[in-house]
Design a protein around this ligand. Structure first.
Ligand code: NAP
Ligand code: ZN
Length: 388
């Protein structure tokens, strides 16, 4: 057995851990000046932004607010945030919000420490310095609080690009499931299905290993059991806790394994129709699982089991086929669109998306099966029609 496992993040998990934010920040260094990075509205509406500011200030930390992060944060937003951090002399970043503010904060952490623009750092291990980041997720899906990735939208090249560096793994993750209670049904469903896509892609990745396999299967099991409850009853605290935990586990998984082609294909839907990241993945997951099935039949059986399918007496082939249907049924139960057409995909765009996907040098080298252009078109087309 041979593997690597990277997790330099100190994780505080549990209802109410938000209250320790000030004390935790002081462990990184007393008297710091904090850039508090957040989205445009949800953390204000929920009151979490005000609370985090209070907690930091109570410990004597100065707070500078950067609340301009949009969904799928752009290069410009991250570079502007870094300008604010540098001008104010911030030496610690606290990120509060969904994956978008968390990723923006990680990009800012590099630029504020090292200078330059994001173009200098897109790719793997191109940064050599970064300010410390404390990540406080308010969605349960991306796992960004423990990953070495910052996914940033580059509108000039129309791509979602990634800064990948262990230096941007948050120093501390404050993972408080109570923060997710304010998520409406749709955002809960979308982000929860993102976590599922991380667990599935991580489990099937060629870079998977014994620890990530354990975490991924548990994450899949938890999403299948608790995401419908969290969507159906937003104040079900047990369900919120389990889905947040599932998202954290899946983040630990992709931090080792990377994601796969569900993500690569989904980016086109997000860039072109503003389909939220988790929904884009949910729309493509059944078709990609079906495509992957022949490369990893035994693992597909384990996924089927974790999803709660009765696979007794079935061949690996039959059980594997069940998994794609189980994922589709789950997303329909969650109230998601039945096919990508309903979500906005236009059939005349498919050829172009397939071309972009194949041409863009994305790092999906760890995917268990890599599609050629015809196969990519077929996956999009099946998703368009809701077929598997
Ligand atoms: P998001 O874009 O951060 O937020 C989606 C929406 O949810 C926003 O309108 C946000 O409002 C709202 N929201 C957030 N928390 C809320 C809460 N507690 N209550 C009510 N509304 C809330 O969504 P996300 O799915 O978490 O993040 C997606 C981004 O993460 C994508 O760019 C994706 O590529 C990236 N991602 C990164 C990784 C990684 O490892 N780094 C992994 C997967 C995905 P506000 O805008 O007002 O805050
Ligand atoms: Zn994702």
């Amino acid at each position: 057995m041979k593997f690597d496992f990277l997790c330099p993040t100190f994780i505080r998990f549990g209802n109410g851990v938000l209250e320790t934010t000030g004390q935790e920040a002081c462990k990184i260094g007393l008297g710091r000046k904090v850039l508090l990075v957040t989205g445009k509205s949800s953390s204000k509406k929920s009151g979490s932004l005000k609370r985090v500011e209070e907690l930091l200030e109570k410990e004597g930390l100065q707070v500078v607010l950067y609340d301009q992060v949009e969904q799928n944060p752009s290069v410009e937003t991250v570079e502007a945030g870094a300008g604010v951090a540098r001008q104010a002399g911030c030496d610690l970043i606290v990120a509060l919000g969904g994956g978008s503010p968390l990723d923006a904060a990680k990009g800012i952490a590099v630029l504020a420490a090292q200078g330059g623009g994001l173009d200098d750092y897109f790719g793997t291990d191109r940064a050599s310095q970064a300010l410390p980041v404390i990540a406080i997720p308010t969605t349960a899906g991306t796992g960004s609080e423990v990953t070495r990735y910052a996914v940033i939208t580059d509108w000039k090249s129309r791509q979602k690009r990634t800064v990948a560096s262990f230096l941007i793994c948050p120093r501390i993750a404050i993972v408080d499931p109570l923060l997710t209670v304010t998520m409406p049904k749709q955002i809960t469903a979308n982000t929860g299905m993102d976590a599922l896509s991380h667990a599935v892609e991580g489990y099937l990745s060629l870079k998977s290993q014994p620890i990530t396999d354990l975490l991924a299967i548990e994450s899949i099991r938890l999403v299948a059991n608790y995401l419908p409850r969290a969507v159906g009853q937003p104040e079900d605290l047990e369900a919120r806790e389990k889905v947040m935990y599932a998202s954290l586990l899946a983040g630990l998984v992709i931090n080792q394994t990377r994601t796969g082609i569900i993500h690569g294909l989904g980016y086109e839907l997000t860039l072109n129709y503003q389909i939220p990241h988790g929904l884009a993945n949910a729309l493509l997951m059944p078709q990609v699982m079906e495509f992957n099935r022949i490369s990893c039949p035994e693992k597909m059986v384990q996924i089927a089991r974790a999803l709660g399918e009765n696979v007794a007496g079935l061949s690996a082939r039959e059980a594997g086929r069940r998994t794609a249907f189980a994922v589709k049924e789950l997303s329909i139960d969650l109230g998601m669109p039945e096919n990508a057409a309903e979500a906005g995909l236009r059939i005349e765009d498919i050829k172009g998306f397939a071309q972009n996907f194949v041409q863009t040098k994305r790092s999906f080298g760890a995917a268990p099966r890599y599609p050629d252009i015809k196969e990519v078109e077929e996956i999009y087309l099946k998703s368009f029609r809701g077929e598997i």
